[in-house]
Ligand binder design. Structure first.
Ligand code: 7PM
Length: 258
């Protein structure tokens, strides 16, 4: 899954056209590099980020989804927690919803059930605004698993088919480095639930803490982490650097399959 961010900081004033064009070119590039899915996100979930207005999110995301689907036929997922955006996105051709709030917003469960598309539900302690203020757990793996199990059950009760729910422990979302490491060590716990597991670690702060590299210098660290996640059974890897990740996965496949 290649990441396509269309958050405000990636738009210059009045330059919407140019930037949409640029975003489209980036989507095509990721497709050429081997992405199977493009994750379009217009709602910044970076630590401390303010929430954005519905119309603004629709304006950023929907035309882009339409263009990507029309021009490339690629599968698109949309990173949103707003039911209105979910509906408009699927009408525009999106094949999947990625919700970092795990469908906890009002009407989100019913909306995804009615749309009939797969959904990724992610664990987060707190909200993007406050999640990195002293995250705390007694047992991070157990608590994240309990949360995801409860959300999977809520999805089933709302009528979302079982095989359409993807789970994600939410690396960096209300977690310290130690919490992230412990979760990574126990990825098998999530894999053995039987739900497909999505892992998003690409360029994240935890890799900066491990390697002492800036965001732009975390490509090798990101590919290494993606490789390890794949080896642990993750089905979907959410990444910025598609070409490098695909190379790493080709090596994994060639050297570990007889
Ligand atoms: C700034 C900092 C901007 C961090 C964006 C981010 C995930 C996700 C994100 C993830 C799923 C990023 C994050 N991360 N969705 N959306 N899983 N399912 O690093 O780990 O891309 S946003």
């Amino acid at each position: 899954m290649g990441i396509l961010n269309v958050t405000p900081d990636s738009f210059s004033d009045g330059g919407m056209w140019f930037d949409r064009d640029k975003a489209l070119r980036h989507a095509h590039e990721m497709a050429r590099d081997g992405a199977d899915l493009i994750d379009v996100g217009g709602e910044s979930t970076r630590p401390g980020a303010p929430e954005i207005a519905l119309q603004e999110e629709l304006d950023r995301v929907i035309p882009l989804v339409e263009s990507i689907v029309a021009e490339s036929g690629l599968a698109v997922s949309v990173d949103t927690s707003k039911p209105e955006v979910m509906t408009a996105a699927v009408e525009a051709g999106a094949a999947m919803i990625n919700d970092v709030y795990a469908l906890r917003r009002e009407k989100a469960l019913e909306t995804v059930a009615a749309l009939g598309v797969p959904v990724c539900i992610m664990h987060m302690q707190g909200t993007p605004r406050n999640m990195q203020h002293e995250p705390h757990y007694q047992d991070v793996t157990g608590e994240v698993l309990d949360f995801l199990t409860e959300r999977v059950n809520a999805c089933r009760q709302a009528g979302i088919q079982g095989d359409r729910v993807i789970i994600d422990p939410g690396f960096g979302f209300g977690k310290t480095l130690q919490h992230n490491i412990e979760l990574f060590h126990h990825l098998d716990v999530f894999v053995t639930t039987g739900c497909p597991v999505l892992v998003g670690i690409s360029r994240k702060a935890m890799l900066g803490q491990i390697t002492d590299r800036t965001v732009g210098q975390r490509v090798a660290a990101s590919a290494a982490a993606a490789l390890l996640a794949a080896q642990a059974g993750a089905m979907i890897l959410r990444v910025h650097d598609v070409a490098e990740t695909v190379d790493a996965l080709k090596v994994l496949d060639a050297l570990t399959t007889d």
